[in-house]
Design a protein around this ligand. Structure first.
Ligand code: BEZ
Length: 166
């Protein structure tokens, strides 16, 4: 009998194709033979998310030094993401160059177990769950090497993510 279970360390990161702010991607082709940080945040234009995305953008040279591609995700549309990136760049004084997945239909969030089923306030206007703050570190061979999950209310420390990557 096959058990339905969530992703674990050592699993192959599932591939997907998705619309992003950098165009349509095939995830495995996008990351090529590099490390990847795939991270979700609850919703565009919310304060903690805006600060986090600014923090990730400001250490872009640290990701590059580590041969690492960064890609964000939230369950909003591409149009919303594009407006939000302008807002992040203006308010955080940065230049967001990494792609953000427009996962409004929650395909990728469901595949990676990112949806919030414990916080009844972390929902969209239709009552559909939004994502928690997940981080996946994925190795050049596509194996998942780290999973962190924070609740929507708590921002992450990306220096800690760099530490684990090292
Ligand atoms: C925020 O980004 O500020 C946030 C998002 C969801 C829940 C709580 C805070």
């Amino acid at each position: 009998m096959t058990e339905k279970r969530g992703l674990r360390l050592g699993d192959v990161a599932p591939n997907f194709s998705a619309e992003t702010t950098a165009g349509k991607i095939d995830f495995h082709k996008f990351k090529e033979d590099k490390w990847a940080i795939l991270f979700s945040h609850p919703e565009d234009f919310t304060p903690v998310c805006t600060t986090e995305l600014g923090a990730v953008a400001k250490i872009s040279s640290e990701w590059e030094k580590r041969n690492t591609k960064v890609i964000g995700l939230s369950c909003n549309t591409l149009e919303s993401h594009e407006k939000w990136i302008s807002d992040i760049n203006e308010t955080q004084g940065c230049d967001v160059k990494f792609p953000i997945i427009a996962d409004a239909d929650r395909t990728v969030a469901t595949m990676y177990g990112m949806l919030d089923y414990q916080d009844a306030t972390n929902v969209d206007k239709k009552g559909m769950p939004l994502t928690v703050r997940s981080v996946f570190i994925i190795a050049p061979n596509n194996i998942i090497r780290l999973i962190i999950t924070y609740p929507a209310s708590c921002g992450r420390n990306f220096d800690e993510v760099l530490r684990v990557l090292d």
